[in-house]
Design a protein around this ligand. Structure first.
Ligand code: SF4
Length: 861
């Protein structure tokens, strides 16, 4: 018997099925999808005229080129009218990004649909109020009154909003696009003035790429077509095969296999060589992005495995080779960059007063990368092609860089190398983030500082809360009990603090009315400064939500109209609503609007009409599009020439409407959108910085980075004396293709649970042999920060002395071991590096032997 239900035949969408355009809810690539919805008692047929695909289904679809439709692309949901509906979500053939292709994640979009006969029935459907150890369903009216009453009570006592702490997404992804982001921004930054706010995956309100932006380069600057045109693609701390799968399989792999040479000939200058591309992977691990490419084009793939935290030194070393070998264009540098600052960069980072041999010897010692490989990388990145044509190199970086030690300097070093080699702003070039999920940032200005060079660093809200500060903690669409660094300390303290309030409310006798409860909460919060009131707003019960006092049910992907851009092209599209949210769940923007209105009522009753007016920011928001259009007002006037696109915000969509996006469909429009001064038409921006950089004078700024200073105290403590022996392993962490973000959906899908019963950790065969560990064994990984029980996966993907831990799983997280260190310039954590030891706990449990997919792979003696 199959472990999950299988079908002999899939339901066929009838010709009159409702049809919607959408974009995959998961990763940064933003593949296009089509959705078909129709009542369960109706059916299409195989004849092309009778089904919504308009295909003759009596014949097999062409292999790898036809319309895909599998069991994981179908589900059944229930509408607000009480009827059951088939929902079919298939990859869009007309999407320029995926052209009908899909990944393991995206191919299962339909499995995440709210359905009464699947694990997604666990969705939150009503507001829930904690009474003692129980969650009771309450009305939205009572939930809103409770939040509004507590917020106003805190403001009245404090005369500021400093005791209100928030943890919220700050850009799109997974159903929270421009609309929800704008709603959050209006409530927290315009109506309230919340300083203690942290972004969903980090402890502060900050950019992960200030090191690039402050030099004039926004992190989303290339197009997916550049991955097809590049002579060389560099994946630096980005494991695209796992985390940007279609970008990798459809575009990067096609390039190195030579499938895009004809496109190169068209795009390149006359006479310029156009050949299959090269791939450089830079990562402490031999990632799947390397091994997959190696199997198809081994001579065109290079792997550099720098020591932990040393990537920025490696980038400077490659830059020094570029300088020594004159792989740069001085005229370009003079015309487009700040040459005064360039002298500082040359002196501090390229260290031209140091002999080349000495410089390279030092780089080799620090990074652990042999000089010959550094020089080879420099050749592949910048050595002019035959005929003296400049090479075209696209550098894609991600969490291996931005969640590395010294976030700011790591990002800065990469973008400097790209500008030195003129690898930004030309077809086939760019230097930007791969991205984690899609993006949709539009907000009023935040009352928080920038990097250390712009009033920062921002406040570490985790430490603020751990230290007993703050009285109200609102967590929106994220699960900090899993996702925050040093998380065992964090969750222990939040549990303690929220429990103090719960106990106080119980001791005084649970209040019978909402007003009574507001009064009791405020009394408890101001009698015990350590007590904390917590609200969680999400689509499922999360680990954090179990300690909340109030839980608000939010709508998810496809349950409201939504807009976002993808990361690899800034492609803005409309994600159409195709089903109702379950129960009384609401879109986030509507929840923020309703909370604002409820607070406004209290201020009006107190005759403070001017304050009330600020909280009525959403009074004209009737539809998703109303919020989208209101958000556009935050952007600059976009009537600028193509040459001046660098002056615009990366996500500027001023002038775009839902009707415009509907008409564009999967083609979308690339932000920043401009209104062409001559034609007055809206036009997208294919790739950025072709004429100017995003600085006041349009010139790139060469602010030099720090020198190598060794490891921060939080990790250096493990490298000396007895601790070096006690914690002999370097630990790196990361995502895998089949577990998305905090696994909020995956843990509810039987297919995922069975295939991934436990989080796993990669361990080198040499280390495994010494510790008598085999794949599937249970191991405890531990250090002074915390511990986690993982399943061993023995593989040479990691070097001896290094282990790789899957980041999030419902049975454990690498964040239990990650230190509380953050970059002093940006407050970004080092999620990807610490030290630990391993203890074998036992042999694989039977249920794991039967099902865990990783046991089938890589057998070592
Ligand atoms: S690559 Fe990303 S966007 Fe595309 S189908 Fe997979 S998860 Fe979705």
């Amino acid at each position: 018997m199959a472990i999950v239900p299988r079908f002999d035949q899939l339901p066929i969408p009838p010709a009159n099925a409702a049809e919607y355009n959408t974009v995959c809810q998961f990763c940064n690539v933003g593949c296009g999808y089509k959705v078909y919805v129709w009542p369960v008692d109706e059916s299409g047929d195989v004849a092309a005229t009778t089904n919504a695909f308009k295909l003759d289904l009596s014949k097999p679809q062409p292999a790898l080129a036809g319309q895909s439709y599998t069991e994981t692309m179908h589900s059944i949901t229930v509408g607000k009218d009480g009827r059951q509906y088939h929902v079919v979500i298939v990859p869009a053939m007309n999407s320029p990004i995926n052209q009908g292709n899909y990944s393991y994640r995206g191919g299962a979009n339909a499995l995440t649909v709210w359905s009464l006969d699947r694990g997604t029935q666990d969705r939150l459907t009503y507001p829930l109020l904690r009474v003692g150890d129980q969650f009771q369903a309450i009305t939205w009216q009572d939930a809103l009154a409770l939040i509004a009453g507590v917020i106003k009570g805190i403001r009245d006592r404090d005369k500021n909003d400093d005791n209100i702490a928030v943890k919220c997404y700050d850009h799109g992804g997974s159903g929270a696009g421009f609309e929800d982001n704008y709603g959050a921004g209006k409530l927290f930054f315009d109506a309230l003035s919340v300083k203690h706010i942290a972004i969903h995956n980090r402890p502060a309100y900050n950019s992960e790429v200030w090191g690039s932006r402050e030099r004039g380069v926004h992190e989303l600057n290339y197009d997916y077509s550049d991955a097809r045109l590049a002579d060389t693609v560099v994946l630096w701390g980005a494991n695209s095969y796992e985390t940007a799968t279609i970008l990798y399989t459809q575009h990067i792999l096609a390039n190195i296999q030579g499938a895009t040479v004809a496109e190169k000939r068209k795009a390149f200058d006359q006479g310029e060589p156009a050949e299959p591309g090269y791939l450089i992977v830079i990562d402490p691990r031999k990632t799947s992005s390397y091994t997959v490419a190696e199997t198809v084009a081994s001579n065109q793939v290079l792997l550099l495995q720098p020591n932990f935290g040393t990537d920025y030194i490696l980038a400077h070393a490659i830059a020094r080779v570029v300088w020594e070998r004159s792989y740069y264009d001085l005229d370009y540098l003079k015309a487009r960059t700040d040459m005064k600052l360039f002298e500082e960069y040359k002196q501090k980072n390229l260290k031209l007063d140091k002999k080349y041999a000495d410089f390279m010897a030092e780089a080799e010692r620090i990074t652990g990368v042999p000089k010959a490989k550094i020089e080879q990388a420099a050749d592949w990145i910048a050595k002019p092609k035959a005929g003296k044509f400049k090479r075209r190199t696209l550098t894609i970086y991600e969490k291996g860089i931005i969640w590395n030690m010294k976030n700011y300097d790591q990002v800065a070093a990469l973008v400097q190398l790209a500008v030195l080699t003129h690898n930004i702003g030309r077809p086939g070039t760019g230097c930007g983030r791969q991205g984690g999920h899609q993006e949709g940032y539009v907000r009023p200005p935040a009352p928080t500082p920038g990097s250390i060079y712009n009033g920062g660093p921002p406040v570490n809200v985790d430490k603020f809360l751990i230290g007993g500060k703050g009285k109200f903690y609102w967590v929106i669409a994220n699960d900090p009990y899993l996702s925050t660094p040093n998380n065992q300390i964090f969750r222990k303290r939040i549990h303690e603090r929220t429990t103090k309030l719960t106990k106080a409310l119980g001791e005084s006798g649970e209040a019978a009315t909402i007003q009574g409860r507001i009064d009791a909460i405020l009394k408890a919060l101001y009698s015990d400064p350590d007590a904390l009131f917590m609200v969680v707003q999400d689509i499922y019960m999360t680990e954090t939500a179990r300690d909340a006092h109030l839980i608000l049910p939010a709508a998810g992907w496809g349950e409201a109209n939504d807009t976002s851009i993808n990361c690899n092209s800034r492609l803005l599209r409309l994600y159409e609503k195709f089903m109702d949210p379950p129960g009384e769940a609401k879109p986030d923007w509507e929840i923020f609007k309703l909370v604002g209105e409820e607070i406004a009522k209290l201020y009006r009753a107190a005759k403070q009409n001017d304050v009330a007016a600020k909280f009525e920011f959403g009074k004209n928001w009737k539809t998703d599009e109303d919020v989208f259009l209101a958000g556009a007002q935050e952007f600059k006037d976009n009537q600028v020439s193509e040459e001046d696109e660098a002056t615009l915000e990366a996500e500027n969509y001023k002038g775009v409407t839902y009707a415009f996006l509907k008409q564009k469909g999967q083609e979308g429009i690339r932000t920043p959108v401009r209104r062409d001064p001559k034609t007055k038409n809206l036009v997208g921006t294919l790739r950025r910085y072709t004429s100017k950089f995003g600085t006041a004078d349009g010139k790139f700024k060469w602010y030099a980075t720090d020198n190598w200073e060794g490891y921060p105290a939080e990790v250096a403590k493990y490298l000396d004396g007895t601790k070096a022996k006690e914690y002999p392993f370097w630990v790196t962490t990361g995502r895998i293709q089949h577990l998305w973000q905090s696994t909020y959906h995956d843990r509810h899908l039987p297919e995922r649970e069975i295939a991934n019963p436990l989080p796993y950790a990669e361990i080198n065969p040499d280390d495994a042999k010494k510790l008598n560990i085999q794949s599937g064994d249970l191991i405890e990984i531990y250090n002074e920060e915390g511990n986690a029980i993982y399943m061993a996966y023995v593989t040479d993907a990691v070097k001896p002395g290094t282990i790789f831990m899957v980041m999030y799983h419902w049975r454990g997280t690498s964040n239990s071991l990650v230190s509380g260190y953050t970059d002093s310039k940006t407050t970004i954590p080092w999620y990807k590096g610490t030290r630990a030891n391993i203890r074998k706990v036992g042999n694989p449990p039977t249920f794991i032997q039967l099902t865990a997919s990783t046991l089938q792979q890589n057998k070592f003696n």
